[in-house]
Design a protein around this ligand. Structure first.
Ligand SMILES: [Zn+2]
Ligand SMILES: [Zn+2]
Length: 177
């Protein structure tokens, strides 16, 4: 069975390359996209082809690397040495799977100095997880969640600490019964 191919597949790769070239700013060995950017602020360049919106890095990976635009398990990912979402130099891209995509996002968080929430990504402000998470936001979520259940002070505690306290409190209640 033939799956429906997107209109892009019908446009020659050469003409797509020429289109990308029109909005290309060379910055060192990066090719930065000078055209439109994603409104959802993912930071990727976007291009309209046949009325459909595509990530510029995806179109570049299609035209230069042979990415299959109809295969949703194929992602155009930036190599660690680039990680500039506006860059579409095919030498800075590779084709990865869904798993690679998750790993890639984890790597970006690990490599940046701030979490997406804007809080600093320091050892003091991190939860040991993979990828690490923001402690301030984690505490806020936990405090909101446990607010009604705990009579404790407003000292910021980790979820584990709150659960542990709760456990000992219940145990004590049991013993005093
Ligand atoms: Zn680059
Ligand atoms: Zn945060």
């Amino acid at each position: 069975m033939r799956h429906r191919s997107s209109g892009v597949s019908l446009i020659s790769k050469e003409s797509l390359k020429q289109r990308l070239d029109k909005d290309k700013i060379i910055d060192g060995d990066h090719w930065l996209w000078a055209g439109a950017c994603d409104k959802d602020s993912t930071g990727y360049g976007v291009i309209r082809i046949d009325g459909k919106k595509f990530g510029v890095h995806r179109i570049s990976a299609f035209a230069y690397l042979g990415l299959d635009l109809n295969d949703h398990d194929q992602h155009a990912l930036h190599k660690p040495e680039c990680h500039n979402r506006l860059c579409f130099n095919p030498e800075h891209l590779y084709i990865g799977t869904n798993a690679d995509n998750r790993q890639d996002r984890a790597d970006i968080i690990r490599a940046s100095s701030h979490y997406p929430c804007g809080h600093p990504r320091t050892i003091e402000n991190s939860i040991k997880s993979d990828p690490p998470r923001c402690l301030v936001c984690h505490n806020k979520r936990c405090n909101d969640f446990y607010h009604k259940r705990t009579t404790t002070t407003r000292v910021i505690k980790t979820r584990e600490e709150i659960i542990e306290e709760e456990y000992f409190r219940l145990k004590e209640e049991d013993e005093n019964r």
